[in-house]
Design a protein around this ligand. Sequence first.
Ligand SMILES: NC(=O)c1ccc[n+]([C@@H]2O[C@H](COP(=O)([O-])OP(=O)(O)OC[C@H]3O[C@@H](n4cnc5c(N)ncnc54)[C@H](OP(=O)(O)O)[C@@H]3O)[C@@H](O)[C@H]2O)c1
Length: 332
Amino acid sequence: MNNFFENKKILITGGTGTFGKAFINKILQTNIKKVYVFSRDELKQWEMRIKKIDKRLCFLLGDVRDKERLYRAFERIDYVIHAAAQKHVPSCEFNPFEAVKTNIIGAENIINAAIDRGVKKVLAISTDKAVEPVNLYGMTKGCMEKLFINGNNYTGENNTSFSCVRYGNVIGSRGSVINAWKNAVERNISISLTDPRMTRFWLTVNKAVDFVIYALMNMNKAEIFVPKLSSMNLINLANIFTNNDDTKILITGRRNGEKLHETLISKYEMSNTIKINKDNKEFFVIYQTLEDKINNETLLEDKHDIFNFDYDEYTSENNDQWINIEEMRKLL
Ligand SMILES: NC(=O)c1ccc[n+]([C@@H]2O[C@H](COP(=O)([O-])OP(=O)(O)OC[C@H]3O[C@@H](n4cnc5c(N)ncnc54)[C@H](OP(=O)(O)O)[C@@H]3O)[C@@H](O)[C@H]2O)c1
């Protein structure tokens, strides 16, 4: 890892968010030369600056909607992690044009600035909600994925590569259901659950960070990297917060734009997907064409295990890996 980051400069959009802060803690443990945090709110940057004292850390105020600002910020940057997003499903539904400006126009701006500034690798963070999306958040992130993957067509003589990582719910991230339920318990009020049949994919922020670093180091271009994750029923999760007291759970009915189960790899993508077991990680790489998949599979065959996975799509419901209550208790 140290060799990969030696003398390199990395910029992370959304560096003050849940993912960004954990990513920066980890990346500063390498011999990276500079880490640039790019986000809008100066208070969040100030709070981070006083907690994390490291000469290699630089704070840039800016909005991904502003292409000139990105062009200036990307000067002599080697790698970009694009984590900034408008990410709350209800807020995207209620403010749809804002979601488009940040998640779609913002992605276009990142791609153009990265190509024009000769950034080597750009990795965008996506979500299971981008797969067969039913809400605007998922649709904008699906669009972002397409822009990043097809952005490779614009690079011309510049060698910029674009890929994505896609994963599920980060335990305890800002605005997550877990935080809402913790808050309800503290206030001694019922917790709200929209549908007790619901399942979700879960991962810790540290697992997300490790996987993103791994993907950055191993990406070629136009891949979507998906970690193999564990699922959990929302009702089991809710029971942890109420100590199995059903009277403390208020069933509110499914929200507009909310799925019962999430999908990390659709049936349309599965045929272009390789399943890899390598470096103590089980993960998938989705290619854009069958030809790309076959070429990469041939390259992998001698060196890596391709693990057995027989599902025709990968959902939080048909998953063969589940978190039990005790494991989740430890993670919370
Ligand atoms: N959390 C999850 O469960 C989850 C699951 C799958 C994928 N993801 C994806 O992972 C990424 C990171 O999520 P997170 O949980 O770390 O989010 P977060 O905690 O809400 O952080 C979002 C970050 O983006 C910045 N930001 C928002 N709009 C911006 C804009 N227009 N220009 C520049 N910066 C902007 C925010 O700072 P300012 O407000 O100061 O600008 C903040 O630093 C997102 O792309 C999200 O879609 C998250």
